[in-house]
Design a protein around this ligand. Structure first.
Ligand code: PHE
Length: 334
């Protein structure tokens, strides 16, 4: 009786041992625990069989089975620990962190070239005492044209065809000059020395020098005793500060409805030619009056330039369409 029990115990022990050795995962190990030590496991019948063992062998038999049970428990625990560790190592290996790898670069943004040029221009005009004043991009016919001396059907409108909204008379501004009226009405009777930057729109056939949306920067000076000499001195200083002290500046007769007299300003290109850069003139008395100033007592000058044009001249860019084509190969150069 004891002999058969001994044999059975031995069999279970060696079977469990070889199964522990070949177990490949903690999950398999758990299955082994159920198989041997579970409620319906292989050790259970041995424990039951103890009841039938004659009393003189009971102690020895009990010892045998209990030892087996404890041994299997220990063995399975060891196996489980070994397998868990192996699984963890594998996991860590898979998630290995190589701290010597270079970091992933975060793409750094930058200011658009036009923003950079605008900021440079604010700086240059700022040194001359000009404030920066923002005005609206959507205007009505009155502001964009009529108060600037451009009545309906005036031929000057030919150059200023624009985008019309579904509200009659409300348009996208064709120039920053309507800002002159806004600013004068806001400041009158204070003197003014300001630049008014912003987007303008025209219904254009686009080509290398025309876009349907572009930036202008307007200048407006209003006060007592402002003369043509102030205009010339200011714009000459601006050109030399922006494009180089060696530039010659030329003032040419021109025509705008909102200035009288009007002038175009050009600068020498260093090769005997001239580059036109802006329009300007003494603020027309009617425009001063529309802004609230008495033209008998106040005078002023104004100018307006295309910011893309300034950028193109400064950086040798030959096609205005590149500014808004969203091509990073172009934009990242600046
Ligand atoms: N508004 C004019 C244009 O867009 C430029 C300008 C501004 C001319 C101010 C004179 C004075 O062409």
């Amino acid at each position: 009786m004891l002999e058969t029990l001994k044999q059975e115990v031995e069999q279970l022990r060696s079977a469990a041992e070889s199964e522990c050795i070949s177990a490949g995962s903690s999950k398999q190990c758990e299955a082994l625990r159920v198989k041997y030590l579970g409620r319906n496991g292989l050790v259970q019948p041995l424990l039951h069989a103890l009841k039938g063992v004659p009393s003189e062998h009971k102690a020895a038999a009990g010892k045998l089975v209990n030892e087996l049970k404890n041994e299997l428990q220990q063995r399975l625990e060891q196996t489980l620990e070994r397998l868990k560790r192996a699984e963890q190592d594998l996991q860590l290996g898979r998630e290995a962190l190589d701290v010597t790898l270079p970091g992933r670069p975060l793409p750094a943004g930058r200011l658009h070239l036009i923003t950079q040029v605008l900021e440079e221009l604010y700086g240059i005009f700022g040194e001359m005492g000009f404030q920066v004043f923002q005005t609206r991009e959507v205007e009505d016919d009155l502001m964009n044209f009529q108060l600037l001396n451009i009545p309906p059907d005036h031929p000057a409108r030919d150059m200023h065809d624009t985008f019309y909204t579904t509200t009659p008379g409300v348009v996208l501004r064709t120039h920053t000059s309507p800002g002159q009226i806004h600013l004068m009405r806001q400041r009158c009777p204070e003197p003014i020395r300001a630049v008014l930057p912003g987007k303008c729109y025209r219904f254009e056939q686009t080509d290398a020098s025309h876009e349907w949306m572009f930036y202008q920067i307007e200048g407006l000076v209003v006060g007592q005793d402002i003369t043509l000499a102030d205009l010339k001195g200011t714009l000459r200083a601006f050109v030399r500060r922006t494009f180089g002290a060696e530039r010659e500046v030329q003032f040419r007769c021109s025509y705008f409805t909102f200035t009288e007299p009007s002038m175009e300003v050009a600068m020498s290109d260093g090769r005997g030619g001239w580059l036109e850069i802006l329009g300007s003139g003494m603020v027309h008395p009617v425009v001063l009056k529309n802004g609230g100033y008495d033209p008998q007592r106040y005078t002023g000058f104004a100018f307006g330039m295309g910011v893309e044009r300034v950028a193109m001249l400064k950086y040798g860019i030959d096609d205005i369409r590149q500014f808004y084509a969203n091509d990073l190969r172009f934009l990242q150069q600046f």
